[in-house]
Design a protein around this ligand. Structure first.
Ligand code: XMP
Length: 516
């Protein structure tokens, strides 16, 4: 079995980064909230445990704790920030509210050798940059521990009990502002826990294919293809696992990008030979959207219509026992909540809402354990073309939420043309992969212009481009003015219906990425 590391979550905002760093070093890991660890411990069988940071104060009443059992399993443990404090408090040391809270860049000096720092920071190393974020600090070590590093505000910036293989750091090795942090985590998982580092996408592909075969047997599977990365990877992986037992359904909602349908059909049906049902439902969707200008109503109509169409097609395919979905790990991680126990976050747009129950189908979710960048790596491993693997995210309601106000066929056609030109210019400038998402928006505003000798009165097009790592926060992209000028000129010259182009320089927060 692949080596595994268990990450106990105490609610830090960057717990997922610990998991990503560990996985980048070829070690499989999972995040479990502190209050549901016990039930997972036996079956998970980890080679080591990491305690995450968290917002609580160890000195507070009822602050979270690790189950006592984890200290008695003979496994190495690494505590990070809050994880250090709770380890110390639980093992008999003392933690206090510090006079000086410490946030941001700090430096540490290494005072003792430790296996945690082997090959990295020998004793005597000074001024190593790390990222701190803490109010509490350790003031007395539990028995068997020694100080390994100090900082100006933390006399125990790193501590170790080498015999028990318990280690803890006050700083955050998982963030990029601790430049050698990934090496420190590598030391813990590889040197101290003895993980081999053999968790690769090639290995994942093999085990996942075996799992899918075992789950599905001789059954039939239906997969909704959207043209996005996740569903594309699911489709190709399943096809490799079960061949023609898989049927893909692609519903063209009429509010997709220009050529989207043609590209999906050509790749999956023609190139991969995957049985694919292509439903051209544009008229139906646009008919239902007629006269609707409220964004949430648009979303609901598109979602409900999608389910109706999909269900009808699934029935036609007949006898499907399973529905495949591109659910990802961030959608299923139970997050720690200090108000009402752990809660499961599942984004509604990832589910073909209620359909599996209604049609009595079981779910196949081969990407449930993966982060987005790992899905891309798996896509490459499966030989999906780079143009599909590296695609920007595209929302389910599509261009309908990029046309504020009522959506009409005419407006969709105008927006598709502007969007195509914009993305074409971005690709030509070699910027596509630097940007998280880029798209055009058609504003329901007409302004006056002059075209040749004539006065024009046409729509305004807004261009949007953002950088982001997860879509939760985003910065607007800083294009060169020449690029914006060139793109605006092309859109105005080539797209009838648009005579003015503006660029959106709002970041998120306070803005959102989409306009609706
Ligand atoms: P916002 O606009 O909330 O977008 O900053 C964050 C990310 O989510 C996508 N998004 C959606 N995706 N259905 C989807 O499938 C939706 O209704 C939806 N709304 C926003 C958006 O494109 C961005 O990647």
């Amino acid at each position: 079995m692949t080596d595994r590391i268990l990450i106990i979550d105490f609610g830090s905002q960057v717990t997922q980064l610990i998991a990503r760093r560990v996985r980048e070093s070829g070690v499989y890991c999972e995040i479990i909230p502190f209050n549901s660890v016990e039930e997972h411990l036996e079956s998970f069988d980890p080679k080591g445990i990491i305690f995450s940071g968290g917002p609580a104060s160890v000195t507070g009443i009822e602050s979270p704790r690790a189950p006592e059992k984890v200290f008695e399993m003979g496994l190495p443990i690494l505590g990070i920030c809050y994880g250090e404090q709770t380890m110390v408090a639980q093992l008999g040391g003392r933690v206090e509210n510090a006079d000086h809270r410490e946030f941001g860049r700090a430096t540490i000096d290494v005072v003792e050798e430790s296996a945690l720092f082997e090959g990295l920071w020998p004793a005597g190393t000074t001024g190593e940059q790390v990222w701190m974020s803490h109010g509490d600090r350790v003031i007395e070590l539990p028995e068997g521990f020694k100080a390994v590093a100090v900082s100006a505000n933390a006399p125990y910036a790193a501590i170790a009990n080498e015999e028990k293989r318990f280690y803890a750091v006050q700083f955050h090795p998982e963030v990029v502002h601790t430049p050698r942090g990934a090496d420190l985590l590598w030391n813990f998982t590889h040197r101290i826990c003895g993980c081999k580092g053999d968790w690769t996408m090639a290995a994942f592909r093999e085990t996942e294919i075996a799992k899918v075969r075992a789950q599905v047997g001789e059954g039939r599977v239906i997969c909704g293809l959207s043209g996005g990365v996740d569903s594309s990877v699911v489709a190709v992986l399943l096809h490799e696992a079960i061949g023609d037992q898989l049927t893909c359904v692609f519903v063209d909602t009429g509010v997709m990008r220009a050529n989207e349908a043609a590209e999906v059909v050509s790749l999956f049906r023609d190139h991969y030979n995957i049985p694919l049902v292509h439903v051209d439902a544009g008229e139906l969707f646009l008919g239902k959207l007629e006269g609707v200008d409220d964004p949430e109503k648009k979303r609901k109509i598109i979602g409900a219509t999608f389910i109706d169409v999909f269900e009808e097609e699934a029935k036609k395919v007949g006898g499907a026992d399973f529905l495949a979905q591109g659910t990802l790990y961030p959608d299923v991680i139970e997050s720690v909540s200090f108000t009402g126990g752990p809660s499961v976050t599942i984004k509604s747009h990832h589910n073909v809402g209620g359909l599996p129950e209604r049609m009595n189908m079981a779910l196949v979710e081969p990407l449930r354990e993966l982060f987005k960048d790992e899905v891309r790596a798996l896509g490459r491993e499966l030989g999906l073309p780079e143009a599909f693997v590296g695609r920007h995210p595209f929302p389910g309601p599509g261009l309908a939420i990029r046309i504020p106000g009522e959506v009409t066929k005419e407006k969709v056609a105008i927006l598709q043309k502007a969007d195509t030109i914009y993305l074409d210019e971005i690709r030509k400038a070699g910027l596509y992969d630097d940007i998280w998402q880029a798209f055009a928006v058609l504003l329901p505003v007409r302004t006056v212009g002059v075209m040749g000798d004539e006065r024009s009165y046409e729509y305004v097009c807004a261009l949007r481009a953002v950088t982001s790592t997860d879509g939760m926060t985003a910065d607007y992209y800083h294009f060169e003015h020449d690029f914006l000028g060139r793109t605006a000129t092309r859109i105005i010259n080539e797209v009838r219906g648009i005579n003015r182009v503006v660029y959106d320089i709002t970041s998120k927060p306070p803005g959102t990425i989409e306009w609706e």
